[in-house]
Design a protein around this ligand. Sequence first.
Ligand code: PEP
Ligand code: MN
Length: 334
Amino acid sequence: MIVVLKHGVTEEKKTQLIHWLKNYGLQIHVSDGEFQTVLGLIGDTSRVDMDLVASLEIVDAVKRVSEPFKCCNRKFHPEDMIVEIGGVKVGGGHFVMIAGPCSVETEDQIVTVAKEVKAAGADMLRGGAFKPRTSPYDFAGLKAEGLELLRIARAETGLPIVTELMNIRDLDLFYDVDVIQVGARNMQNFDLLRELGKVNKPILLKRGLANTLKELLMSAEYIMASGNERVILCERGIRTFSDYTRNTLDLSAVPMLHELTHLPVIVDPSHATGIARIVPPMALAATASGADGLIIEVHNDPPHALCDGAQSLRPEVFADLARKVRTIRKVVTE
Ligand code: PEP
Ligand code: MN
């Protein structure tokens, strides 16, 4: 249920109404926009007399929210959410470019790539220290040491770092990570999501390999309902019957998610396609679709990468792509 207040309602009257609603055991999500205030009611609203609420002098409208996701529902929060990471903003017209290798391998590798992507205009550095791998025999990341190397790369470049947490037992190691990534395979690890709801850091939530948009939003809801509102969604390709790419990049998810939620939506064309030469055209298409950012794998020596070399761009290719992305952004924001 949402309660839209009339323009110019006093703080006192608003607070009185919120207290009254809270007495029914409801959680109240307040969204103060430029033109209107929206109260999102979460919980069992059946005991509240909504006709009475609708008749209050300060109330403009009462609307039922039928979707099962509430905190991340745009109806609760009509304005885009802007997530701030250090000096970097994403959402609400702020576009972010996140780039870096699939996994952190050596100090030289991560620092070299970080410097190159920064020079090309990237806003944040990605790099996996804990890697979910299909085979238990594959390189699974440098773990704590990988996080140390990311810190060195951040110190050298000033780029905030984005890296994946697979298991909540490792959370302490992530104390100064700028953005915690939840990978596609963990999108429905509900215990992990609940715990990340208690963390004071932005969460990059990737869509699962075979998950619907509603399921993605329900996963965001787990994090937000536990107290952490700063969630960035990521479309990274889904499983279909397409046989020549690693996944199918579902770009219609971008405008659809923008309708459904106020959360920023970014796109990962690297895991979506699995093929470096297909990444630039899909990154441009993602930008044109209205995405709030891109996360792209870049490696200084793709043939020797320990993970995902085939889909990793060389730094100079990324630099060329970043220039074109900026051109497309101009058209999108015209
Ligand atoms: C990654 O970003 O390195 C990754 C493993 O992505 P995904 O979870 O989307 O497969
Ligand atoms: Mn990867």
